[in-house]
Design a protein around this ligand. Structure first.
Ligand code: ATP
Length: 500
């Protein structure tokens, strides 16, 4: 409204001057230039950035009970939040308020959910933004946005008659990385400085108590000033959930879905080692979509199993390789599967030659019970499984193909892990200062030894490969159980040989 009135007065003044015989052309030019500048800066969001509080609607409310597999993190967070809830007592005891809580952990583990639940728990206004929203090429804009953010938090709390507000900054590493390191570092530094100033200004007896929560998976990148006591002095680790945690998350995301009686969520949790909460949410959703596409009224276990593949590998492709190529893919996957079964009996969950995502075919393993420590023998077995696809091609078809690039990359990484963990012939070394040629020699030594073992084994299993490839070309996809029934006799003969 104010804008319109001033525009009207301005126009009237210009007309009056023109009528009175003044030269108004320079004034009109200046006005146009100022107007253009205003609109450009607004459209680029330089000054017009607005932060808004999440509406207090019931639908958006997240509670800690909606977050699965994060019991430790939730307890730690609640402990810190209780300081905010009981602030009268805090004042009495002369305790400094907690100003910042940093949630650290991999993407999709529920950090944003935790911050939202924290707002509900403390009955605070919740304002979310991302570190990238503060970064502009123009000096001073980021700092101004930080000021605006805190002001919006206070204003929104007053408007909603609340006495506390939670500001959640996702990807804080973008705005809070170590000072002096960015190309346009002056702007970055100013923005970070402003955040520090705002946090320093937070008092226990402010009318609106503001708590800053931030999330990152690169805590090592943060400026130490952010982490010192009085700023983000609480760190809560929000890690990938273990099997029990995954089961909890699956149950949460399946509670609104019609599950068939054969659904075994425990089995699905077992098969999804390394999945984040976001992956599991997507899995439940994809399972429901698959069931709906098939016209089913309930989601069966097979829908969820297929959804695992979809989440892991991507959408099924219509692309159909030529027969010869299909045969090569089948040989490759059977090679992986045979070695997998050799080093860990019962480990093949499924193998297929149906292209999905980037892969022309793939073999899915049943993950082991969650394990975090690995011996050299275990890592060597992993290398064998990775190399087996390409070696099977060589043994059966006489040559290798380009399809094993990713397998080799992982095999080399695993060999590097053996060196890093002090389990190679070099003993305990600092891998960063290891001469490149020495590192190369040790890695290729490890790989060659495993390659030899795989080749010996697969040469003896040539008949088995032929039979399974034949079945796979007909069926396109076979389950681990079926694979084991076909290979059992061959593997028994092999074990007999090795035992002698
Ligand atoms: P990023 O670091 O990528 O921002 P994040 O850790 O903040 O990720 P969220 O945004 O909280 O992850 O989670 C994304 C979605 O994944 C949630 O909306 C929810 O559906 C699901 N999800 C993630 N973790 C959990 C969990 N622990 N329990 C239940 N659902 C979860």
């Amino acid at each position: 409204m104010l804008k319109e009135i001033s525009l009207g007065i301005g126009l009237a003044a210009v007309i009056f001057l023109a009528v009175s015989g003044y030269d108004v052309i320079p004034i009109i030019f200046m006005g146009l230039a100022a107007g253009a500048l205003f609109f450009i800066t607004r459209s680029r969001g330089m000054i017009g950035k607005t932060f808004s509080a999440a509406p207090p609607a019931r639908a958006t409310k997240v509670e800690f009970s909606d977050i699965g597999g994060q019991a430790t993190a939730i307890n730690e967070l609640k402990e810190a939040l209780d300081f905010i809830k009981n602030h009268d007592q805090i004042i009495k005891m002369g305790i400094r308020p907690i100003k910042g809580i940093l949630l650290t952990g991999p993407p999709g583990t529920g950090k944003t959910l935790m911050a939202k639940a924290a707002a509900g728990y403390t009955e605070s206004v919740f304002i979310a933004c991302s570190g990238s929203e503060f970064i502009e090429l123009y000096a001073g804009v980021g700092a101004q946005r930080v000021r605006q953010l805190f002001q919006t938090a206070r204003d929104s709390a007053i408007k909603q008659k609340k006495d506390s507000a939670i500001i959640f900054i996702d990807e804080i590493d973008i705005l809070g990385s170590k000072r002096g390191q960015n190309a346009s570092h002056h702007e970055y530094d100013q923005t970070l400085n402003q955040l520090l100033v705002e946090m320093d200004g937070l008092k226990v007896n402010d009318r609106v108590r503001v708590l800053v929560m931030a999330a990152t998976n690169r805590v090592d990148m943060l400026d130490p000033a952010l982490l010192r006591p009085g700023r983000f002095d609480r760190q809560v680790k929000v890690d990938l959930a273990d099997k029990a945690g995954r089961l909890e998350i699956l149950k949460l995301h399946c509670r609104n879905k019609p599950l068939a009686a054969d659904v075994d969520l425990e089995e699905i949790a077992k098969q999804t080692f390394g999945f984040s909460g976001a992956h599991l949410e997507s899995l439940a959703n994809e399972g429901a979509i698959l069931a709906m596409r098939e016209g089913c009224t309930e989601i069966s276990n097979r829908h969820l199993l297929e959804a695992i593949d979809k989440v892991m590998m991507g959408e099924k492709l219509d692309r159909r390789p030529a027969r010869k190529e299909l045969e090569r893919v089948a040989v490759h996957e059977v090679g992986h599967a045979l070695l997998s079964e050799k080093v860990r009996p019962g480990s093949v969950s499924m193998l297929t030659i149906m292209p999905r995502g980037q892969a022309l075919g793939y073999m899915r393993q049943v993950p082991e019970n969650d394990t975090y420590l690995h011996t050299r023998g275990y890592l060597e077995n992993q290398i064998q499984v990775l190399l087996a696809g390409s070696i099977a091609e060589e043994v059966v078809l006489g040559d290798r193909s380009t399809g094993a690039g990713n397998d080799f990359e992982q095999a080399v990484k695993t060999a590097g892990q053996i060196i890093r963990s002090g389990m190679s012939e070099l003993g305990v070394v600092d891998p960063d200062i290891l001469p490149a040629d020495l590192r190369y020699r040790v890695i290729s030594g490890i790989i060659k030894t495993q390659e030899q073992k795989v080749k010996e084994f697969l040469l003896k299993m040539k008949d088995a490969i032929g039979q399974i490839v034949h079945v796979l070309l007909v069926e396109e996809k076979i389950t681990g159980e079926y694979f084991r029934t076909i290979t059992k006799k061959f593997l028994l003969v092999q074990q007999g040989h090795t035992d002698q």
